[in-house]
Design a protein around this ligand. Structure first.
Ligand code: FES
Length: 288
C-alpha cells in the first residue's frame, strides 16, 4: 500500500526501462490518481528551473495513490527525467488536465497504438472493455524490442494484434495495414482510437475514412505549457481553431488539418536538438 500526501508527494516509487530509451515510472500522486481518467495528462517539472512537460497518464491506481507515466528519451527534459531514480522526488506535478476520452458502450471498437502511443491507448482500451465493448486492439513498433505493454494490452483487450515494421516479431507491417484488414473483416466497428506518431495517426484516419468510422486521435505531442496560455498547441479542426490542451487532447481525426499540425509539430525540432546536444555535452564535461 502506498498512499502519501505532503513531503513524499511526487516521489518515484518504481522505475523500469521497458524498452531501449523508454522508461516507465510510478509516482506517488494520490490526488491525481483519485481523479484522473483515460485520455488525460499531467504536467511535470523535474526541478525548480526545469521545463514543464505534458505527459499522458498511462495508468493509475486509486487505492494506492500511484500514477504511471511512460516516456521516451527524446530531448533534454526527458533525459533529465530518465536520470532520476526510485526514491527521488519530482519538483511538481499538475493534473489531471485535458478532457477525458469519451467512453461508452458502443459495441465493437478498435484501439490502435504506435510506439509510445501504446501507453496512451492502454487506459482507454481497458476502460472501453470495462464499459462492455468488444475491443480489438492493434499495437505496433519499428522492431521487437520497442513493443511495450503487450501483456497489459492483452489483458485490457478482447483481441490483441501485434505488428513490427521489420517483421522481427509477430506480424510484419504497419498498424494501419492490420487496421484495414480488421475493418474489411469486421462489419460493425463503431469507433476507432488511434494514438502514436503523427504520420501513423494521419494514415489511420485515411484507412478509416472510406468506412465512415469515427476515428479519435490524440494530438498531445504539440503541447508545451499545457494550460491554454502559450498558444503553441493551436490546431485547426473542422475549420475552427482549437487548443489541444484545453479543447482536446483528443479530436475527431477526420476533421484535423494534418499538414498544418505536422508543420507546427516540426517547428521546435531543430532547437530541441541543439538543446539536447548542449545538455549531453555538459553532462560529459561534468563526468570528466
Ligand atoms: S500547450 Fe500552451 S496553450 Fe496549449
Amino acid at each position: 500500500m502506498y498512499l502519501v500526501e505532503g513531503p513524499e508527494m511526487y516521489k518515484i516509487i518504481s522505475k523500469r526501462e521497458i524498452a531501449p530509451n523508454i522508461i516507465s515510472l510510478e509516482v506517488a500522486a494520490p490526488l491525481i490518481a483519485k481523479r484522473v481518467k483515460p485520455g488525460q495528462f499531467i504536467i511535470l517539472l523535474v526541478d525548480e528551473r526545469g521545463e514543464r512537460i505534458p505527459v499522458t497518464v498511462a495508468d493509475y491506481n486509486r487505492e494506492n495513490g500511484l500514477i504511471r507515466i511512460v516516456f521516451q528519451v527524446v530531448g533534454k527534459t526527458t533525459a533529465q527525467l530518465s536520470q532520476m531514480n526510485e526514491g527521488d522526488q519530482l519538483f511538481s506535478l499538475v493534473g489531471p488536465l485535458g478532457n477525458p476520452s469519451e467512453i461508452d458502450n458502443y459495441g465493437t471498437v478498435v484501439t490502435v497504438g504506435g510506439g509510445t502511443g501504446i501507453a496512451s491507448v492502454y487506459p482507454i482500451t481497458r476502460e472501453l472493455k470495462e464499459a462492455g465493448n468488444r475491443v480489438i486492439s492493434i499495437i505496433g513498433a519499428k522492431t521487437r524490442d520497442l513493443i511495450i505493454m503487450e501483456d497489459e494490452m492483452k489483458k485490457a483487450s478482447t483481441e490483441l494484434l501485434v505488428t513490427t515494421d521489420d517483421g522481427s516479431y509477430a506480424r510484419k507491417g504497419f498498424v494501419t495495414e492490420i487496421l484495414d484488414e480488421v475493418l474489411q473483416k469486421e462489419k460493425d466497428v463503431k469507433k476507432v482510437w488511434a494514438i502514436g506518431p503523427a504520420p501513423m495517426m494521419k494514415a489511420a484516419c485515411e484507412v478509416t475514412k472510406p468506412y465512415g468510422i469515427e476515428t479519435i486521435v490524440s494530438l498531445n505531442a504539440i503541447m508545451v505549457d499545457g494550460t491554454g496560455m502559450c498558444g503553441s498547441c493551436r490546431v485547426t479542426v473542422n475549420g475552427e481553431t482549437k487548443f489541444v490542451c484545453v479543447d482536446g487532447p483528443e479530436f475527431n481525426g477526420h476533421l484535423v488539418d494534418w499538414p498544418e499540425f505536422m508543420n507546427r509539430l516540426a517547428r521546435y525540432g531543430q532547437l530541441e536538438k541543439l538543446c539536447f546536444e548542449a545538455y549531453r555535452n555538459a553532462c560529459r564535461e561534468e563526468n570528466g
